[in-house]
Structure formats: C-alpha cells, structure tokens
Design a protein around this ligand. Structure first.
Ligand SMILES: [Zn+2]
Length: 114
C-alpha cells in the first residue's frame, strides 16, 4: 500500500487502486483514507469505465464497483487517482502545548437555533 512518508511522489501521474473485493472496508474506506492522508497532492478521477456501478460513499462516486452479478465472480473495485504534483500536506499531530494554560479550542457551537 502507499504511504505518505515522502513529501512527493516523483514522476507518478496516476495511481490506481483495485481489489477483487466489494467490501466497503477494503475499497471506499481505503480510498477515503488515501484522499485524507494525501490531501491536495492527490485527487480521485474517473476511471473511464462507465458500465458498472460507482463507489458507494459520497466521496467515492468516481470509483468503479463491479458487483458479483456483473462480473460473474466475487466482484471487484477500481479507483484511479491523479497525482497533482502538489506536496503532501502531512497532517501532523499538533505540536505539544506547554502545560501552563489550557485555552479552549475554537468556538463552541451555539446551543439552540431560533
Ligand atoms: Zn452489478
């Protein structure tokens, strides 16, 4: 599997991910994790395969999902990513804050709407 260890992926333009599985945990969830981890350095693009089904989560509709009925076997899944050339913005854990004062993070949502 790919990992966001390097800040760039030189010379790669496209990257595909496919499985012989139709489990969401092995497909859409993986794709969503990749999208989150790689941020703006990667984006999901259409595979060009139109005749089957699309990914079954909001962010994976460009993926192709071929159900067992369509494929005649266990089914499969294809995702195609385009590498944008932008550096991976690593989502590091926030730097440790000196433990003097605890400031509340952000604004709390208002309780009630009129
Ligand atoms: Zn089908």
């Amino acid at each position: 599997m790919i990992e966001a260890k390097d800040s760039t992926l030189p010379n790669l333009k496209y990257l595909s991910y496919s499985t012989c599985s139709i489990l969401q945990e092995e497909n859409e969830k993986i794709v969503e994790n990749i999208l989150e981890e790689f941020g703006k350095s990667i984006k999901l693009v259409k595979t060009g395969i139109e005749e089957y089904h699309s990914g079954n989560t909001e962010n994976t509709t460009k993926c192709v999902r071929v159900c067992p009925k369509c494929s005649g076997d266990q089914g499969f899944f294809v995702a195609l990513f385009k590498l944008t050339g932008k550096k991976i913005e690593k989502k590091e854990k926030p730097a440790p804050v000196p433990k003097k004062e605890k400031k509340p993070k952000g604004k709390k949502p208002q309780g009630k709407k009129p």
